[in-house]
Design a protein around this ligand. Structure first.
Ligand SMILES: [Zn+2]
Ligand SMILES: [Zn+2]
Length: 147
């Protein structure tokens, strides 16, 4: 199954028979080294509360609001920021994950799969180069990407 349809099916299974009605919900400011490096715009369906996101970052055009939100969270998933600090410049992605999901990753410190456990944290808490942080506690707040 394609990732793109999975979220929609999940959301419509929770509240069948409606077209999502997305309203702007919140933003999360991503900070790196004292500067805002990106902003996650969070949109939420007024009916089922499924959330889609759009990332605004330098050099990145995310067309989510034009194309609809192909991936949505649900009761058992969360939007998280995955941070890799292996390079001098922090790398990050915004992903929708379930507890138990794995993130495929390839950098000088880690090649392979990183497992996300309950609480939306990485299973390997001794990994000093990577972290996962749910956006939920940071709605309309600043999230520091520093490791
Ligand atoms: Zn909905
Ligand atoms: Zn990495």
């Amino acid at each position: 199954m394609a990732l793109a349809t999975e979220g929609q099916q999940q959301a419509s299974a929770a509240t069948p028979g409606h077209n999502h009605d997305f309203r702007y919900y919140a933003c999360v400011n991503l900070w790196d080294n004292g500067e805002v490096t990106g902003v996650v715009d969070v949109w939420r369906c007024t009916a089922c509360h499924a959330k889609g996101i759009e990332l605004r970052a330098q050099g990145l055009n995310n067309l989510a609001t034009e194309t609809g939100f192909p991936i949505l969270d649900g009761p058992d998933s969360n939007w998280v920021v995955f941070v890799c600090g292996a390079k001098e410049q922090i790398q990050y992605e915004v992903l929708r994950v379930h507890a138990g999901d794995t993130i495929e990753h390839d950098c000088v410190e880690k090649k392979g799969l990183l497992k996300v456990v309950a609480g939306y944290k990485l299973e390997n808490s001794g990994d000093n180069f990577h972290k996962v942080q749910s956006i939920e506690p940071y709605l309309n707040e600043n999230m520091d990407l520093a490791l």
